[in-house]
Design a binder for this molecule. Sequence first.
Ligand SMILES: [Zn+2]
Ligand SMILES: [Zn+2]
Length: 322
Amino acid sequence: MKPSLHHKLLNGYFEDPCLFIRILREKRAILFDLGNINRLKLSDIYKITDVFITHTHIDHFIGFDTLLRAILRRDAPLNIYGPSNILSCVEGKLKGYTWNLISEYPSVINVFSYNGRSLTHSVFRAKNSFKKETVGRSKSDGVLLKDPMFKVKASALNHGIPCLAFSIEEEFHINIDKDLLQKKGFIVGPWLTEFKRILRKKTVEDMILNIDGKSYSISQLRDIAMITKGQKISYVTDIAMSEKNIKKVIQFVKDSDILYCESYFLEKDRERALERFHLTAKTCGLIAKKARAKKLAVMHFSPKYRNCPDSVIKEAMEEYSK
Ligand SMILES: [Zn+2]
Ligand SMILES: [Zn+2]
């Protein structure tokens, strides 16, 4: 199966956590957390349309200025999702600059804050000198973004302050049976992208697709597509080891194809982990195991283990594979 979502951590174990996800075949990308993004090429930063912030500690939000600068003249809006205080944090960042010469710029920043029950939407437009405009509030079950191809969900957790965990799930995955395609006399081309786009809609059988000047109904083509369960990628960081958090997060990341999870402290420093509202590597492994995650990617280690990152990885992986 050729995945549609390409994901990679931008930084090392001891640097800012930040997951970059490319939506293949759409010139578009999303970010989970906005720490230092300087390792991204400018062309990749430009593709970012949606950013999901777990919480606004500096290591998770310091990349805002780099991103803002890259998209300042872009037509496509930037959407930022985060916990309750995200709106005042974005507003504060924007207030840190003077905006008298941008009234011709098209850029728009939508900010959505999620408190576990509802989603509040505000907007900042360049043409309005990035002054806050309130759009409204609606009830939310945690689905922050619904796209025809995927959805991004949040779970409201606790890190001494409100903190969100995220997952991105493909609705379903479409693979093309290339042998059957050839047998039927079709040639691979851009029409396949359109075909997949139509399949993602619900009622498709009577739709007509034009291939090399000939018309075909979708039902004539349907058997070249193999539909399987889509990818699920989850991202959990900076959460307290309370029973409530752990129970909730296991449920949230259930059956992920890959779970990115913090391993901030070693189990021998459990007391410190409790004080700082972080997970230990062992608890990270336990969450991945109980959630039956197919793969675990550990991240975000305390600098105190700078000389022994392998011991953090080992502790998490041993618990995961028990
Ligand atoms: Zn952190
Ligand atoms: Zn934090």
